[in-house]
Design a protein around this ligand. Structure first.
Ligand code: FE2
Ligand code: FE2
Length: 175
C-alpha cells in the first residue's frame, strides 16, 4: 500500500528517469561519434544509473502491490552546438529531477505515507551528488572547450574508478 497521489507521481517519475536514460545515451553517442571516448563512457554509465533509478521505482511499486505503468518516453535532444551543450543540458536535467524528487517526498509526507517518504530519502541524497558532479563537469568542459584532450585526461583521471555498488541503494527490479 502507498498513497494514491504518491503512486501516480512515482509512475510519472519512472517516465522522467527513462527519459533521462535516453538523453544520456544520446549525449554518450554524440561524444563517441566525435571520438571523445572518456566523455562517452561517463555518459553511457550515467545512462545506466538512470535506468536503475527507474527500475528501483518499479520494484518499489511492485513490492507495495501498486500499479506500475511502463511509460513511453519523450525523444531526447540528439543535436548539440558544441561539446559543452550536452553537459549543460545534463545539469539542467539533474536540477529538474531534484525538484521532482523533492516533490515526491513532499507528497508522501503530506499523505502521511511514511514508507514512501523513507523510500525517497536515498534519491534525495543521490540528487545532491548528481547535481554536484554535473556542475563540476560543466566548469571543466567550459574551461577547456578548446582543448578537448584536456577534458578527456580529466575524465580518465577523475572518473576512472567510479564505485558502482552502493549497499544503501534500493533494489532495482530485475537485478
Ligand atoms: Fe535519476
Ligand atoms: Fe541523474
Amino acid at each position: 500500500m502507498a498513497a494514491e497521489a504518491f503512486v501516480a507521481l512515482l509512475n510519472e517519475q519512472i517516465a522522467h528517469e527513462y527519459a533521462a536514460h535516453q538523453q544520456y545515451v544520446a549525449c554518450a553517442v554524440y561524444y563517441d561519434a566525435d571520438t571523445l571516448p572518456q566523455l562517452a563512457r561517463f555518459f553511457y554509465a550515467q545512462a545506466l544509473e538512470e535506468r536503475d533509478h527507474a527500475m528501483m521505482m518499479v520494484q518499489y511499486l511492485i513490492d507495495a502491490d501498486e500499479r506500475v505503468v511502463i511509460p513511453g518516453v519523450t525523444a531526447p535532444q540528439v543535436e548539440f552546438a558544441d561539446i559543452v551543450e550536452p553537459v549543460a543540458l545534463a545539469l539542467q536535467q539533474e536540477k529538474r529531477v531534484t525538484q521532482q524528487i523533492n516533490a515526491l517526498a513532499g507528497c508522501a509526507r503530506s499523505e502521511n505515507d511514511f514508507t514512501s517518504e523513507q523510500f525517497m530519502q536515498w534519491f534525495i541524497k543521490e540528487q545532491v551528488e548528481e547535481v554536484a558532479t554535473m556542475s563540476d563537469l560543466l566548469r571543466v568542459v567550459e574551461r577547456s572547450k578548446d582543448d578537448p584532450m584536456e577534458i578527456e585526461n580529466f575524465m580518465a583521471r577523475e572518473f576512472a574508478d567510479e564505485e558502482d555498488s552502493d549497499p544503501t541503494a534500493p533494489h532495482a527490479a530485475g537485478t
